[in-house]
Design a protein around this ligand. Structure first.
Ligand SMILES: Nc1ncnc2c1ncn2[C@@H]1O[C@H](COP(=O)(O)OP(=O)(O)OP(=O)(O)O)[C@@H](O)[C@H]1O
Length: 327
């Protein structure tokens, strides 16, 4: 096991940012710390890196107790959202920096830099200055620089957060492929559920300083531990006091003879077409506002329109979770 965190608590003044966190991050995986802003993700990552110290608890990296070690002795690579490159140094020099301060032999540094720039597809930009790169290229340079020291752990704090949606998506795919190639244990912070679902092997959902659930993307999506996790991963709506996903609701235009506790009568208050989807807002007789997502073909076949009487029922096998907290 690569990173073991036990009983980590951290407060800033009287604000508790992390509360008694236990977490084991497996070797060689790509793990996402996912959660809403202010939940404690960055604080946890910084404690793993040694950039912040916990008030109590332990951090073990690759079997070695790192709790009291300074950042530079932990053998971790770190990339932030806004990467501070050395502006006056070429891309190659920036990547070489960590090796030069470690006084590695010149020929080894040169070989390593070429290898890394090839890995991040920046080999033709070796002699440019950071300012002459795009935002996405600069983050790739940051990754090459972090990987140069052969860290046992790579820590990324919203590495693509400042980039536009298209570049973000490209870099996400690219990070996944890079990781499949080098297999360095990687932990990355994101508040973007789609990013976590798409890239990570394992997701740790963090909220208000506590871990809500740990699992593979499919596990979290199909079997959320509670209403918070369900509400954070994908669209949800309420039906019969349960959280359910809008595409997991059946719409009938005649009453369905079924367990009455499962069927909710209502009226279509709004109908919106969004791309291939038709979204309905249904006001139920129980006073709920249920969002339903249908394919365009299903909506057409059912003949629903604004004002239609409808009967809603969860699809067989739909994931539902009781609403405990307001989501
Ligand atoms: N140095 C600090 N001093 C005081 N409060 C801090 C400090 N660092 C973090 N906090 C507080 O601790 C809480 C957790 O912050 P953290 O950055 O870990 O959250 P996060 O989940 O990473 O959120 P975001 O996605 O917004 O960065 C926040 O309420 C933040 O204001």
């Amino acid at each position: 096991m690569s990173i073991e965190i036990t009983g980590v608590t951290k407060s800033f003044g009287d604000f508790v940012a992390l509360q008694d966190v236990d977490l084991t991050i497996p070797s060689g995986g790509l793990t996402a710390l996912l959660g809403p802003s202010g939940g404690g993700k960055s604080t946890l990552l910084r404690i793993i890196a040694g950039l912040e110290s916990a008030d109590s608890g332990r951090v073990v990296i690759e079997g070695k107790d790192a709790t009291g070690l300074p950042a530079q002795k932990r053998n971790v690579g770190f990339v932030f959202q806004h990467y501070a490159a050395f502006k006056h140094m070429s891309v190659a020099k920036n990547v070489a920096f960590g090796l030069e301060i470690r006084k590695r032999p010149k020929d080894e540094i040169q070989r390593k830099v070429i290898e890394l720039l090839e890995l991040v597809h920046l080999d033709q930009f070796a002699h440019r200055l950071p300012a002459q790169l795009s935002g996405g290229q600069r983050q790739r340079m940051a990754l090459a620089r972090a990987l140069a020291i052969e860290p046992s752990v790579l820590l990324l704090d919203e590495p693509f957060g400042a980039l536009d949606a298209k570049v973000r998506k490209e870099l996400r795919d690219w990070l996944r492929r890079l990781h499949d190639g080098v297999h360095v244990t990687t932990v990355f912070v994101t508040h973007d559920q789609e990013e976590a679902l798409e890239v990570a092997d394992e997701i740790v959902v963090i909220n208000q300083g506590r871990i809500e659930q740990i699992g593979a993307p499919d596990e979290l999506y199909d079997a959320p531990a509670n209403d918070f996790v369900m509400g954070f991963l994908g669209d949800v709506t309420r039906l019969g006091g349960q959280l359910i996903r809008p595409h997991d609701i059946e719409v009938h235009t005649v009453p369905v003879a079924d367990d009455p506790s499962e069927v909710h009568a209502g009226e279509v208050a709004r109908l919106t077409r969004v791309g291939f989807e038709v979204r309905l807002l249904v006001l139920t007789v129980d006073g709920e506002e249920a969002q339903v997502a249908l394919t365009r073909a299903d909506a057409r076949a059912s003949g629903v329109e604004v004002g239609s009487r409808v009967w809603l029922r969860p699809h067989r096998g739909a994931t539902t979770v009781p609403v405990v907290r307001a989501v």
